[in-house]
Ligand binder design. Structure first.
Ligand SMILES: [Zn+2]
Ligand SMILES: [Zn+2]
Length: 430
């Protein structure tokens, strides 16, 4: 097909364009087109799309990507449409196949997370299929394998600078002051809009660390999403506690974070793993992942739990304890169940949740307890989570209690808020 067009530039002789490929060198708004609107021109000539400037792009493009958008706190997410984005070099357009609904999403929805920009597309845990790769770059995954259109991938939800003191000197990229996370830190007002996983597509910026799942085709994407957040965060926590072979471990709260902690403690050769939770179904999953002693919070007193812990640890307490509840109060009980010289890691409290009166002398100094916070993770922890899931796909599959299409994202948040779900997943293609 040949399209006739003329340049608008005054002074020079009007350029008659007869070859469609010459239109790719400038935006269609630079041309007068005989009897054709810019939109018609682009529709007739897909190659012309490549030269379209960002402003025209938004005007020309059909709204065609659906996303569930948080516009005001405590209100239902709205399904909105966004233009299919135009990729820069090295960017990936990924069709979301599964988006995990994290406890943090519920906090953000309710306005409890100080990081939340509005309007925004929630969702920082995603798995999807590569739809397009921004040319001219090639994309490789962290193992150096080429990433191709059609490949399923998972990615590190965080982008860090790589050059600051925390990234480059202390190898603590999770502490990078420039760190930002898809579905948490960026709103959706500006192009490319698609920054979160509660959407049909997401745009991954250049520098996103991805893992090809091309060799994982047999696995349900829904059960992999938590590797990107709770599984990776729990891996950081277990590393910080330095759980060793034969250690006795206490895990308070066995939602997704705590269940991963159970799996890691088992993988590290823990002796006894004690899980505390108020939901029997969660305790049952903890047992399947290797917890030995299950203490129902609703049916035991603090004294009974103390007795139970001391009776299996020769009266000295656990080597490592973890708060994976999301509130600071359990820390007071946990610190008293940790042995002298042991470690206690708080990993569940992901939003401001108040203070607790720690008895510094009796519970920290006299016992020489190491009290440690754990914030998110590094990429290696996501890999550890993926490997744990691969060993126990059935159990991690059992974590997924609810699945919803994108249009029912609000129900997904609601079942998580009411703690009816262990893990809810949004599947936009459902
Ligand atoms: Zn999360
Ligand atoms: Zn940095």
């Amino acid at each position: 097909m040949h399209i006739i067009a003329q340049t608008r530039s005054s002074g020079e002789a009007a350029q008659r364009v007869t070859d469609i490929t010459t239109l790719t060198t400038a935006c269609v708004c630079a041309y007068d087109v005989d009897g054709e609107s810019p939109r018609a021109l682009v529709e007739k000539n897909p190659l012309a799309r490549r030269g379209v400037c960002r402003g025209c792009y938004v005007l020309l493009e059909e709204l065609e990507v659906k996303a569930a958008v948080l516009t005001s706190f405590r209100e239902p997410l709205e399904i909105r449409e966004f233009p299919r984005p135009r990729l820069g070099p090295g960017e990936l357009l990924v069709r979301i196949t599964a988006a995990g609904v994290c406890g943090s999403d519920v906090h953000m929805w309710l306005g409890e997370d100080p990081r939340t920009p509005l309007p925004m597309i929630l969702g920082h845990e995603g798995v999807g299929v590569v739809e397009e790769i921004g040319s001219p770059d090639e994309k490789k995954d962290i193992y150096g394998r080429p990433v191709r259109v059609g490949d399923p991938i998972i990615w590190d939800r965080a982008i860090v600078c790589g050059t600051c003191y925390f990234c480059a000197v202390k190898q603590l990229p999770n502490m990078c002051p420039s760190r930002w996370v898809y579905g948490i830190h960026r709103g959706c007002s500006e192009p490319p809009h698609l920054n979160g996983c509660y959407a049909e597509y997401i745009v991954l910026v250049r520098g996103t660390k991805v893992v090809s799942l091309a060799d994982w085709s047999e696995l349900d994407h829904a059960l992999l999403v938590s590797a990107g957040c709770s599984g990776a965060t729990a891996a950081n926590a277990i590393e910080l506690a330095d759980v060793e072979i034969g250690d006795n471990v206490l895990i308070q709260g066995v939602g997704p974070l705590g269940l991963y902690l159970v799996a890691y403690a088992r993988a590290r050769g823990a002796n006894r793993i004690i899980a505390i939770d108020g939901v029997p179904a969660r305790l049952e999953l903890a047992k399947r992942l290797g917890a030995d002693i299950l203490l129902n919070l609703e049916k035991t007193t603090p004294e009974e739990r103390r007795e139970a812990v001391l009776s299996v640890t020769h009266g000295i307490g656990v080597d490592a304890g973890f708060e994976a509840v999301g509130r600071p109060e359990p820390i007071l009980e946990g610190l008293q169940l940790v042995r002298r010289g042991g470690a206690y890691v708080s990993v569940g409290t992901a939003v401001p949740a108040g203070t607790i009166p720690v008895d510094v002398y009796y519970h920290l100094v006299l016992k020489q307890v190491r009290l440690q916070g754990a914030w998110t993770n590094d990429t290696r922890h996501m890999i550890q989570a993926l490997n744990v899931i691969r060993r126990e796909p059935d159990v991690f599959g059992s974590l997924i209690t609810h699945r919803f299409p994108l249009e029912r994202a609000n129900e997904a948040l609601e079942v998580m808020r009411r703690r009816e779900a262990i893990k809810a997943v949004i599947e936009p293609e459902r």
